[in-house]
Ligand binder design. Structure first.
Ligand code: MSP
Length: 519
């Protein structure tokens, strides 16, 4: 089983393109692994508890439950609109999740992994955490990013994180594939070096926060939102401390891939989550791999409500179409790195790579087949060096695509498809099928050329299907490629299109996006 998850989105506001990118990336990876013949389970969802949600709901004059229901619907309807298809949906207010969190807390408490102590310190309401001197800026103050900071003293429950950090250091040192891409590992290792024996506060007193999961051993407290949220990765697939359930065992078969943004590697996933899993008995072989992606920014700046520079993915999908949005989100960023959102590049990439190159190839190839050979595709005569070069381009670029996708580098995989499409268009320009059609003796050659083009369109449709499933289905339909959804990567051999296959006049799959000049 290939089990992958994304971060669960915080239900405090509306989804933006950063959220959409992560979900589309996960959807593409899930679809690719299905295409590779693997069984896949894709879990995503929403993170609904915590102080910020409680405060926003209060401001809006509704209950937190009503508030999160409204925001949750914004996320789920976006996923439906842009074709993000998951197998499991996690909502942290779900009783199934609450039961699991309680059971884990009870178990850790009984095993002395959780203790109570009093702590006096500076608390950031916005970030819902106590701050340390390390959080002060160069002027020795807590910066504006922490919002209101007040000194408080209170009793809380702590998870013995420090008992697990020696194991974590050792585990990370031995393991080269836990943090992906590898360059992100240094940041985590540095943070661990600085972490000298601190434990993790996992409770919030109810007089401050009620919107959370009550501690099973002390009803005056609720669970810290991160401790609650991280457990979604196991609660929604049937984990229970004793005994583990068959559903869980069938999904978490080896090392799942957790897709997260760079901001939540340290400390949440890289330290807290791995330590929590270790504390509840997960072995090294079962530890997740953390695929850490970069951020979509605007003109180099973080997107935020306060800066008013948020990009709404729903609006983009309505204006430019789902294909253009999905394509752009995984095409114009390298997994792990940041990128700047730029609507002009969205339009440009769609128009050049999809409308002009692939769309053009498909239209030309199929129109000429309809016109010159009555839509009948047949291999024709002997192969020339041009044909074998085209077949080699397909072999090489399919291999490059697979290598890139296996490394979760979707942008590079799309580049490989484009290289082959460009090769095909140059093949058309060089071999001029319209000239070949003029002479009876070159009809065999014409058939071969058109066959190479139709075959290429069929392969490209399959390779593109994880990123653009609907467009790929249309392309496959136009070359009458049977059962696109049942095809696997290993079926991608020359000869997808049977001899004598008939096609009909194509209609454009990627109509150019025309931007109307402002009146
Ligand atoms: N609720 C927590 C995650 C809990 S996981 C157990 C959270 N939520 S979030 O809504 O703030 O972010 C959800 C995901 O979106 C995170 O992986 C985050 O990195 C990602 N992104 C948020 N803004 C982003 C961009 N501007 N660009 C790309 N991804 C970004 O963190």
């Amino acid at each position: 089983m290939f089990f992958l998850t994304t971060a669960i989105d915080y239900t405090n506001g509306s989804p933006h393109i950063g959220h959409a990118y992560e979900k589309v990336l996960a959807d593409v990876i899930a679809r690719y692994h299905r295409l590779a013949g693997e069984e896949v389970y894709f879990l995503t969802g929403v993170d609904q508890h915590g102080q910020k949600v409680q405060q926003t709901a209060e401001k809006e004059g509704v209950s937190p439950a009503e508030y999160v229901a409204t925001v949750t619907a914004r996320f789920s309807s976006l996923w439906e609109k842009i074709g993000v298809e998951y197998d499991g949906w996690a909502e942290t207010v779900d009783p199934r999740h609450k039961t699991c969190v309680s059971a884990i807390l009870t178990d850790l408490h009984a095993r002395d992994q959780i203790y109570k102590k009093s702590y006096k310190g500076f608390y950031s309401v916005r970030q819902e955490q106590f701050l340390t001197d390390r959080d002060r800026n160069e002027a020795g103050e807590f910066g504006a990013e922490w919002g209101e900071v007040t000194e408080i003293e209170e009793e809380n429950y702590y998870f013995k994180l420090s008992e697990h950090t020696p194991w974590l250091r050792d585990f990370l040192e031995k393991s080269d594939d836990t943090i992906l891409p590898a360059f992100r590992k240094a940041e985590l290792v540095n943070a661990l070096e600085k972490n000298t024996g601190a434990d993790l506060c996992i409770s919030r007193p109810k007089d401050r926060l009620t919107w959370g999961i009550a501690l099973p051993f002390d009803d005056d407290f609720v669970t810290y939102v991160w401790f609650d949220a991280l457990i979604n990765y196991i609660s929604f697939i049937g984990y229970s401390p004793d005994p583990t359930l068959p559903e869980f065992e069938s999904i978490w078969t080896n090392r799942p891939v957790h897709i997260i943004g760079k901001d939540i590697l340290v400390p949440a996933h890289g330290i807290y989550w791995l330590a929590m899993l270790h504390a509840i008995g997960f072995t090294d072989e079962k530890m997740p791999q953390l695929l850490v992606h970069g951020w979509w920014n605007r003109s180099g700046e973080k997107m935020s409500k306060s800066l008013g520079n948020i990009v709404d993915p729903m609006e983009l999908a309505d204006t430019f179409g789902v294909d253009a949005l999905r394509y752009y989100l995984v095409r114009d960023i390298h997994t792990g790195k940041d990128s700047n959102f730029d609507v002009e590049r969205l339009v440009m990439l769609f128009n050049t790579e999809l409308a002009n190159e692939l769309g053009n190839l498909c239209n030309r190839a199929l129109n000429m087949s309809v016109r010159y050979t009555e839509g009948v595709i047949s291999p024709g005569g002997p192969l020339t060096p041009d044909d074998t070069a085209l077949q080699q381009s397909l072999i090489d670029n399919t291999a490059a695509y697979r290598k890139a996708m296996d490394n979760h580098e979707v942008s590079m995989a799309l580049e490989a498809i484009n290289r082959h499409v460009v090769h095909c268009n140059q093949y058309v320009d060089r071999l001029k099928p319209w000239e070949l059609n003029k002479n009876l003796e070159s009809k065999g050659r014409l058939a071969t050329v058109l066959h190479h083009l139709a075959e290429s369109v069929a392969h490209c449709a399959v390779l593109l299907s994880p990123v653009l499933p609907d467009a790929a289905a249309k392309l496959a339909d136009q070359v009458k490629l049977p059962k696109l959804t049942e095809l696997k990567l290993e079926d991608l051999k020359w000869g997808l299109i049977p001899d004598g296959h008939e096609i009909v006049k194509p209609s454009p799959v990627f109509p150019r996006i025309e931007i109307k000049a402002e009146e």
